[in-house]
Design a protein around this ligand. Structure first.
Ligand SMILES: [Zn+2]
Length: 477
């Protein structure tokens, strides 16, 4: 077995992440435009699997795919006041060609409400057109001025945005729960944990009436928001003139929601949450090569037998690769462990003779002997076992990073020590949240759990005013 080559991710997360990104050929930061990275093939495999999963669940709950242009008329941005205030500083404008100024000022989508709602106003006419549920898979652009890290924060990121329109508030509210289900099912397929947290009124998406966010603690105990879903009410339908005729023939304004799972960020979670000091650790679904068959020496008898085993695995539908390159076995082990390949099958003279294969699972780095006849059923069970093990570990990680503070001193001490999420009774006031942030060196009120009711104390743990909820505090990306 090769030695670990990466730092301990729990102690030096930034360094670990940069190294794994480079050595496993994920994001390339040498592109030469600040805040933009190249997604290399090993990363794009993970990204495409995440897209496939999210799209499958969205389509199953009644969504259809659409695609809007990248550029939006600046006039559209001015229609909803709060939205423009929230985004104007972050948008890229497009104002000229090489030789002349454009007829009108355009901007590149930071999110697509202002592109989509004017078209919805043309498409939606009657109650029979509702609910209208559609999404696009695309990149969005924001002029980030904070420090960037590939996939976590950049000026371009990949996501899906669904924009749904309903006749009633009740249907819109229940869409938030469907979006929660889509996230839950998708995260389950990648063995990822999350907390679904309702953001405070002062921390919502510009224009939203309710915002649910999916937060995951990273190895450095800072929290990453990986997806959000928003209840927009009539905040966009009304100013953009989206109306429908009710069954009685009356004109009405519909309600809407939007859901934005951050595909780049979910990919970053797959890498960061599961990885170890040997590289990535992937569930079968995320792995471009699920099984590698590896003759320990480049000898014809070994390669020939390895090829027959490879063919058998391929026929069963796995993404399998025969590594008969010229490197030493140690170099090959290193390479496939770095890529997170879930299962390795080693072929040496002993294996050829006995037909007893040496199989190593990446998650536990544990070897076992499997008779060739039992290889396929064992691969099927390994696929499930590895997903279950990664899921067990990642949920354990999340749960071990939820702490509770019952006094102000306790809360202060926890922000200096344990990190992760700290639960406390909050008064709901923006000024109190701002004070906490200053005095704790950056801890933010993330909000309360959206999926369960949690009891809280009578007074705010921080300021002593009336307590309104049990809130979660964390440092965030
Ligand atoms: Zn307070």
């Amino acid at each position: 077995m090769p030695k670990a080559t990466l730092p301990d991710k729990f102690k030096q997360f930034g360094e670990w992440y940069d190294q794994v990104s480079e050595k496993a050929e994920l994001a390339d930061v040498r592109y030469g435009v600040k805040g933009f990275v190249v997604y290399r093939p090993n990363l794009m495999h993970i990204v495409r699997e995440i897209y496939e999963t999210l799209e499958r669940h969205l389509i199953a709950d009644g969504h259809r795919a659409m695609l809007f242009p990248l550029l939006i008329s600046y006039k559209n941005l001015l229609v909803e006041k709060e939205h423009v205030k929230g985004f104007e500083k972050e948008v890229f404008f497009v104002e000229r060609s090489a030789t002349e100024a454009l007829d009108e000022r355009l901007f590149i989508r930071p999110t697509s409400e202002t592109a989509i709602y004017p078209m919805y106003a043309l498409w939606i006419r009657s109650y029979r057109d509702l609910p209208f549920k559609a999404f696009q898979s695309c990149a969005v652009y924001r002029y980030e001025t904070k420090a960037t890290r590939p996939l976590f924060r950049g000026r371009e990121f990949l996501w899906i945005e669904s924009h749904d329109v309903f006749s009633t508030r009740q249907e819109a509210e229940s869409q938030l729960l469907e979006d929660l289900e889509t996230t839950r099912k998708t995260f389950e397929e990648f063995a990822l944990p999350f907390l679904v947290i309702e953001r405070e009124p002062f921390d919502r998406f510009p224009g939203a009436e309710r915002t649910l966010a999916y937060d995951v603690p990273l190895p450095d105990k800072q929290v990453l928001q990986s997806a959000t879903t928003h209840l927009l009410g009539q905040r966009f339908t009304k100013p953009f003139g989206v109306t429908f005729l009710s069954p009685k023939g009356e004109k009405a304004i519909p309600e809407s929601t939007c859901f934005g799972p951050g595909v780049s960020r979910i990919a970053a979670l797959v890498v960061s949450v599961h990885g170890d000091e040997y590289g990535m650790v992937l569930p079968f679904k995320a792995a471009s090569v699920q099984v590698v068959v590896l003759p320990i020496r480049n000898e014809p008898a070994l390669v020939e037998y390895a090829r027959s085993v490879t063919e058998k695995i391929a026929k069963a539908g796995y993404r399998v690769k025969l590594d008969d390159g010229g490197e030493t076995a140690g170099e090959k082990f290193y390479h496939w462990e770095m890529l997170g390949t879930p299962v390795r099958v080693e072929i040496g003279p002993k294996e050829v003779e006995s037909k007893l294969l040496t199989v190593t699972r990446r998650d536990l780095r544990k070897r076992e002997s499997v008779p060739e006849d039992s290889l396929l059923p064992r691969l099927a069970s390994l696929e499930k076992e590895i997903l279950a093990e990664l899921s067990r570990r990642s949920w354990e990680w999340l749960n071990s990073n939820i702490h509770e503070a019952s006094t102000k001193d306790d809360l202060l001490a926890q922000t200096k020590g344990a990190g992760g999420f700290i639960k406390f009774t909050f008064c709901g006031r923006e000024v109190c949240g701002a004070d906490i942030k200053v005095k704790t060196g950056g801890y933010e009120v993330r909000g309360k759990r959206a999926d369960v009711e949690e009891p809280h104390a009578l007074t705010c743990t921080w300021c002593g005013e009336k307590g309104v909820e049990l809130a979660y505090l964390a440092k965030a990306y």
